[in-house]
Design a protein around this ligand. Structure first.
Ligand code: SAM
Length: 282
């Protein structure tokens, strides 16, 4: 008998994966947490019925959310990661000896516990001595921080449920305050392809641009996300992500990556015309 995992990407579009077995099915106070095993994508985590991370393609997402800002400012030492319960973003950050502290603020402790047990591939570096995990709402955590971080990465779920507050003007304004004078904010910014997601992307971009002098978006391909075409936001108080790229310094680190490289870094910010129009001022 065949077993299929199906998620709804729009009211008229579904995405299905043939699965071998379900490894975990839990409900926290915030969301439903499932882990499945599939031949094509390996183990994968789904929250409230939406795929978050798969063993096969997580490297794309986690390399692009970390190495882009790290290649713009190689002197980043204090990092705040909001969400990121699977641990993949933290795993990539711990590869930099130059980083002194990583605060990870994940609202749902159960997500971390499930990923430690079932997806060690991403959760393998959460015990690094520089990592400090806070199980609370990122919106609240950032409220009283001032001039504290060089980099804030918002690796959240979509703008509904627990993640909703991480797409608000209040949150982005507090991130601006929490960042140092040359701070960088990178945030999960949805897809431009499907209308509902594109509207969230536009709103997030406009709200961030209200605070940051430099506010751009960059793209990558993630097969298991709606449409496969996904964006991250890049906002900064000082650095342009392309003209201030420190390619030689990053390449000299000799970090092995399977998706990110400093050529692709520049190309990722060259957006299709329809995406540029979506991001332009209303
Ligand atoms: N998108 C990532 C990926 O593809 O690898 C995975 C993201 S991670 C699983 C998203 C996390 O954000 C979830 O664990 C969720 O519990 C957390 N989250 C959602 N809202 C939050 C909030 N307000 N504060 C902190 N964490 C939050």
């Amino acid at each position: 008998m065949e077993l299929w995992y199906t998620e709804q990407h729009t009211p008229d579009v579904r995405f299905s994966i043939n699965i071998e077995q379900q490894l975990c099915c839990k409900k926290s106070e915030f969301q439903r947490i499932d882990v499945f095993y599939s031949k094509e994508f390996g183990r994968f985590l789904a929250l409230d019925g939406l795929m978050m991370v798969t063993e096969k393609d997580e490297f794309i997402y986690h390399e692009m959310i970390t190495h882009v800002p790290m290649a713009v400012n190689p002197d980043i030492k204090q990092v705040l990661v909001i969400g990121a319960g699977d641990g993949g973003t933290v795993r990539e950050l711990t590869r930099y000896a130059s980083i002194e502290r990583i605060d990870m603020v994940e609202i749902d402790k159960m997500v971390v516990e499930v990923c430690r047990e079932f997806i060690p591939q991403t959760a393998c570096r959460l015990d690094d001595e520089r990592v400090h995990i806070y199980y609370e709402d990122g919106l609240r955590f950032v409220r009283d921080k001032v001039d504290a971080y060089d980099l804030i990465i918002v690796d959240s779920t979509d703008p509904f449920g627990p993640g909703e507050g991480l797409f608000t003007k209040e949150f982005y304004g507090n991130c601006y305050k929490a960042l140092k004078e040359d701070g960088i904010l990178v945030n999960q910014q949805e897809t431009p392809y499907y209308t509902a997601y594109a509207n969230s992307m536009r709103r997030a971009h406009q709200r961030i641009r209200a605070f940051f002098p430099i506010c751009r978006a960059y793209q990558f391909h993630l097969p298991t996300y709606p449409s496969g075409h996904w964006l991250f936001g890049f906002a900064s108080k000082r650095y342009d992500p392309v003209t201030d790229l420190y390619a030689e310094r990053w390449n000299a680190l000799g970090l092995e990556t399977r998706y990110y490289n400093t050529e692709l870094h520049k190309g990722a910010f060259a957006l299709p015309n329809y995406v540029k129009e979506l991001l332009e001022d209303e």
